[in-house]
Ligand binder design. Sequence first.
Ligand SMILES: Cc1cc2nc3c(=O)[nH]c(=O)nc-3n(C[C@H](O)[C@H](O)[C@H](O)COP(=O)(O)OP(=O)(O)OC[C@H]3O[C@@H](n4cnc5c(N)ncnc54)[C@H](O)[C@@H]3O)c2cc1C
Length: 462
Amino acid sequence: MSILSAAGVEFELTLPVVIIGAGAAGLVAALALREAGQEVLVLERDPVPRGSTALSAGLIPAPATRWQQAAGEADSPALFAADILAKAGGEPDPALVEALAARIGPVLEWLADRHGLDFSVITDFRYPGHSACRMHGLPSRSGEELVDRLREAAEAAGVEILCEAQVTALYADAGGRIHGLAYRRPDGSEERLGCDALILACNGYGGNPALVAEHVPQLSGALYFGHAGNQGDALLWGQALGAATRHLSGHQGHGSVAHPIGILISWATMTQGGIQVNLEGSRFADESHGYSEAAALVLRQPEGIAWSLFDERIAGIARQFEDFRQAEAAGVVLTAPDIAALAAATKLPEAALAATLAEVERLKREGATDGFGRDFAGVAPLVPPYRAVRVTGALFHTQGGLVVDASARVLRPDGAALPNLYAAGGAACGVSGSRAEGYLSGNGLLTAVALGHAAGEAAGRA
Ligand SMILES: Cc1cc2nc3c(=O)[nH]c(=O)nc-3n(C[C@H](O)[C@H](O)[C@H](O)COP(=O)(O)OP(=O)(O)OC[C@H]3O[C@@H](n4cnc5c(N)ncnc54)[C@H](O)[C@@H]3O)c2cc1C
């Protein structure tokens, strides 16, 4: 991934705007550009646009939407912004947080009205750190449906998507203006293309072990559950162009990936009253906190393994997610009529397991708080039959990246914008700060969809 000098380079074809990456960020940016009547080309390295977007649950947080209003859910951009900043310990840029929190609701309604994306809001539980039920998803609650529907909408709107086109180099002048790029085709040939503006929508560096070891060492060597094509190209190009970077240690982890099969088990299994135990049958954390910080905690347990324990009521809530249905179909969500059978099925020590479950149920009955700080007041008891999944911790995606303003313009360390470069989604520094616990559920697609839209709008105007 290199930056080459544009001096003396002639491009046969120059387009007004080129977007690198056809995940949620790139496709929403493309739709915003078409809305402004702009010609746009999206270059995607894969044969079919998928990205981490397809691997996600496709849930996008948005305040004050019509779906929330219909459900009687009180919310506002200010409340959402406050939740994001609280979870991230005040680290993110408040102006960016405010702008994204204000933009995302109208963008979801535009995607629904203009492009037919059939969103609804999850109202049967709140994600940790959210003061309202504000996670919106398509009917299957899967990211695959999200990226497919965005791609179909983009194609219908006249966006050109060139797949199997991996961008390998950018051509820039001494002032940091991008003049064009080079991309590689499957037969190894390289082609060149000029552009007046460039949007980086090629996500972060979770798929690049060297960059993970450098910036997120606590998850170095852990299972990477995001898209393998996210190699940190945006970060490397931005750094070479003199862009500011921030919060490179920030990331979304997840402490509940069924192992070894590799299927995401919704964290609702924990927040709705479930617990995690290690191979000794002991709890090790407050499971009501976010799933992101849980990744490193699970990995610190013997063999990097935990069992997520819940019951049929909770399984009923989790079943709205395609991933959970797949896990059940694959037989990895075990069922046990009592503690002895649960211990036998999981091979956990029965006495320790029984003591752990007895203590949790006592805390629930008494509405007490445990030594980890989990408040069990009002939490429903686990009722047999028990359900159990063997899980591990994983890295989902990185949250640090190129510093951008609310128009997704890439900034230099002095705050000045690079002339014609934009970044959205995982390519940009997100709003999660520098720590795993700073990730509020949905921050990933928030910055993909809202910043993608901002980038498209701004590049279209420019
Ligand atoms: C298992 C899982 C579950 C998740 N669940 C959620 C959730 O429910 N809600 C949420 O908000 N977030 C979730 N996330 C995070 C979310 O998926 C990402 O934050 C979001 O999809 C990022 O979108 P993006 O468009 O920036 O990147 P991507 O969707 O990864 O798209 C980037 C695209 O760029 C392409 N690309 C990369 N380099 C090049 C190159 N050099 N040339 C051409 N193309 C290139 C890639 O092939 C890829 O298609 C989840 C992540 C994972 C892994």
